[in-house]
Design a protein around this ligand. Structure first.
Ligand code: NI
Length: 152
């Protein structure tokens, strides 16, 4: 999983560009009901927090049931919109550095361990880790304006 961890660290280089976005631009909602950049990055912090649980618990148990999370509700309750942009960027970057370390050191046997999701699907840890990066890159592209802007 070295390469997956490295992909995550590469994407984190976007933090330099994120810091160049000012508070007003980060707070702007493109349309009513659409997330601002603060809220999109906040959503990625929520994704990190939820996936952290999966990444660790699935190394300690061969099969687990864990809840999912409602992205809109997590963003709303945490009021990312009212937080300073630079703190959201710092937390996003530092949390993901820890997750990159977790991914780098995951035991090979644990990659076949299963999360039985609330909708009844079985996902193994390798899929969950790879999908985590895909989701992160998708939302990072939204914040940066396009797919090509996400560092490879
Ligand atoms: Ni999402």
């Amino acid at each position: 999983m070295e390469s997956v961890a490295n992909d995550l660290l590469s994407a984190l280089h976007a933090a330099d560009r994120l810091r160049q976005i000012d508070e007003a631009a980060a707070s702007e909602r493109p349309a009513p009901g659409k997330w601002s950049k603060k809220e999109i990055l906040g959503h990625l912090i929520d994704s990190a927090a939820n996936n952290h649980q999966r990444f660790i618990r699935l190394q300690l148990n061969p099969r687990i049931d864990l809840p999912g999370y409602d992205g809109d509700e997590w963003v709303r309750v945490q009021r990312y919109q009212d937080r300073p942009w630079h703190e959201i960027v710092e937390l996003w970057q530092m949390y993901n550095r820890q997750l990159a370390s977790v991914i780098r050191h995951v035991s090979p046997e644990a990659l076949r361990h299963i999360w039985h999701t609330p909708d009844g699907t079985d996902l193994d840890l390798e899929f969950i880790m790879r999908d985590y990066i895909v989701h992160l890159r998708h939302h990072l592209a939204q914040v940066l304006g396009n797919e090509a802007a996400v560092p490879l």
